[in-house]
Ligand binder design. Structure first.
Ligand SMILES: [Zn+2]
Ligand SMILES: [Zn+2]
Ligand SMILES: [Zn+2]
Length: 285
């Protein structure tokens, strides 16, 4: 399984274009892996996690084609993860030809939020309507937490995140393919106990984990992880027997206000036993 990080920042990008903090200034000066777009990843060349706002820029900058995309797993509907106008960009409304049908997996809430942001004349009846599906070359599927389902060649399991529970249901995904297993684990705070129970019951052995590192060196805050919480979650994954012996762990969804430059982060991660994702990074597991 090949994972390509298309973006690794939290909601405002890193650097935040409007920010004069020292971390943003250093990121602009250093460039390279310090420049982070909003979070999204590509699995092999056909499965996307999150229809994020920076996909077009990511595809151009990192030389990645999304023309072969067949599946998209949506974690939740926050703006930094869901830009539904991409559904138009890959449709005949933008004169796109020859693209495969896209199967979009999302909560009912995320599908509703996506439709609300699109022109009513195109998606008036909602993304689950077959006519709308034909118009957009799209098949939408409703996903709830704690389901296992087949997505093309992948086995996917959804679990519940600890993220903005007053307003939405946020999902984390386990993706299995060819005997390898990816746990995509942002946006979330420390995992809910029901999620730990489901992961244990699933008998998972993750070979790759991409986990929320939003609050980095700051104190804990709701709905995301800081570095200490990140390390504690990894320790628990290991203690629960959920990590393969050769598992690689990546910090992901990195906020400018709480995380130093990439080289400094790499050193922090090295001391604690994890790696730091950066935009364009390709990981084969
Ligand atoms: Zn986010
Ligand atoms: Zn900043
Ligand atoms: Zn979010």
């Amino acid at each position: 399984m090949r994972l390509t990080f298309l973006g690794t920042a939290a909601s405002e990008g890193y650097p935040d274009a409007f920010c004069q903090c020292s971390f943003c200034a250093r990121a602009r000066a250093f460039g390279g892996p310090n420049l982070r777009k909003r979070s999204a990843v590509l699995v092999n060349d056909d499965l996307l996690i999150d229809l994020g706002p920076d996909l077009i820029a990511a595809a151009q900058i990192h030389g990645v084609s999304l023309a072969g995309l067949r599946y998209c797993l949506q974690t939740h509907e926050h703006d930094d993860h869901l830009e539904p106008h991409h559904l138009l960009s890959r449709s005949r409304y933008c004169a796109v030809e020859g693209v495969p049908r896209l199967h979009l997996y999302a909560t009912a809430g995320a599908l509703t939020a996506a439709a609300r942001r699109l022109p009513p004349r195109i998606v008036g009846a909602g993304l689950l309507d077959p006519e709308v599906g034909e118009r957009l070359n799209l098949t939408a599927h409703v996903v709830a937490p704690f389901q296992s389902f087949t997505v093309g060649p992948y086995r996917v399991t959804s679990v519940r995140a600890a993220h903005d529970p007053e307003n939405l249901i946020a999902l984390l995904y386990v993706i299995e393919h060819g005997g390898r297993s990816l746990f995509y684990c942002t946006d979330t705070g420390p995992l809910p106990e029901e999620t730990w129970a489901a992961l244990r019951a699933g008998g998972h052995r993750f070979t790759l984990v991409a986990m929320d590192h939003t609050f980095g060196l700051k104190g804990p805050a709701a709905g995301h992880l800081n570095a200490d919480q990140f390390a504690a979650q990894i320790e628990r994954l290991r203690a629960e027997g959920l990590l393969a012996p050769d598992a690689r762990i990546f910090a992901h969804h990195i906020a400018h206000h709480a995380n130093p430059d990439h080289a400094a982060l790499v050193e922090i991660g090295r001391r604690r036993g994890y790696e730091i994702a950066c935009d364009g990074l390709i990981v084969d597991v």
